[in-house]
Design a binder for this molecule. Structure first.
Ligand code: SF4
Ligand SMILES: [Zn+2]
Length: 123
């Protein structure tokens, strides 16, 4: 039997273990228990989900098999603040949908860390 002594990295917010310092750091920057990633909207009674039309460019094969794009649309569920009347996205959203691609061009803003309108959804 082989015994290996090695360094293990632990997320200081949630306790997850990593063999790689790089991946541990990457995780900590996105960890939902990291206070820097706190988002006021989670648990707020004004947070809702809206199914909305999204415009995008659909890639298609052109006549000479080159790729070209046509305008297309689809419906997606996005998080919506009923108080501020705009969409909100969490910090972990990789590619938040820009306002101009949302039907009605309703703004899509990052969830705030503090909000004067927060109302606990449990109360
Ligand atoms: S009122 Fe504030 S905390 Fe509540 S959902 Fe809207 S932006 Fe988020
Ligand atoms: Zn963590």
């Amino acid at each position: 039997m082989k015994t290996i002594q090695t360094t293990i990295y632990e997320c200081e917010y949630c306790g997850k273990y990593y063999k790689s310092k790089y991946f541990a750091g990457l995780h900590e920057s996105k960890c939902r228990k990291n206070p820097a990633n706190f988002q006021r909207c989670i648990g707020c009674k004004f947070l809702d989900i809206k199914n909305v039309k999204i415009y995008f460019e659909q890639p298609i094969l052109g006549p000479n098999l080159g790729v070209s794009f046509i305008d297309a649309d689809k419906y997606e569920d996005l998080m919506y603040c009923e108080k501020k009347k705009h969409f909100v996205y969490p910090f972990w959203a990789a590619n938040p949908i820009p306002q101009e691609d949302i039907e009605g061009e309703i703004p899509n803003e990052p969830m705030p860390k503090k909000c004067e309108h927060f109302k606990d959804s449990i109360l």
